[in-house]
Design a protein around this ligand. Structure first.
Ligand SMILES: [Cu+2]
Length: 145
């Protein structure tokens, strides 16, 4: 009788340990494989990654913006009118470049190694974000050419 109970207890402990091991393997795989939607949140340092032009000095002469770790980098650039800016997605997550004010700066959703280009002909401040990731914010300031 005692032996039977002991066996059940041992089996239960083994089952719990096995379940924890499986959970840990899944978590480690998710954190290192770089796949899936959660990637940026895990790797970005902050809870949901994110970028904010208010946190950065404006970068001049930059026409290439990276979408990486659920952030625009650099998130704050200054260009002359007539400049074409290209965004490239280095994440496995899908991103967009979407004007905050509903303007024509509006990309389709694009995935890893996808690019989107837009030519800024009209001077002004173009605040934008990523639709799936509201913490991803960026700004292009266009000076008269
Ligand atoms: Cu995004």
């Amino acid at each position: 009788m005692d032996k039977g109970i002991t066996a059940i207890v041992v089996i239960s402990v083994i089952a719990v340990v096995a379940a924890m091991a499986v959970i840990m393997v899944v978590m480690v795989a998710g954190g290192t494989a770089g796949g899936g939607m959660m990637n940026g949140g895990m790797d970005g340092g902050m809870m949901d990654g994110g970028s904010n032009p208010a946190d950065e000095a404006a970068a001049e002469g930059v026409t290439q913006v990276r979408l990486e770790n659920i952030a625009f980098s650099p998130a704050n650039i200054v260009v002359d009118a007539g400049t074409t800016v290209t965004w490239t997605n280095y994440d496995s997550a899908l991103h967009t470049v979407t004007s905050d004010d509903g303007g024509e700066l509006a990309s389709p959703t694009f995935g890893r190694n996808g690019t989107f280009s837009y030519t800024f002909d009209v001077p002004g401040e173009y605040y934008y974000r990523c639709e799936p990731h509201p913490n991803m914010k960026g700004l292009v300031t266009v000076r008269p050419g």
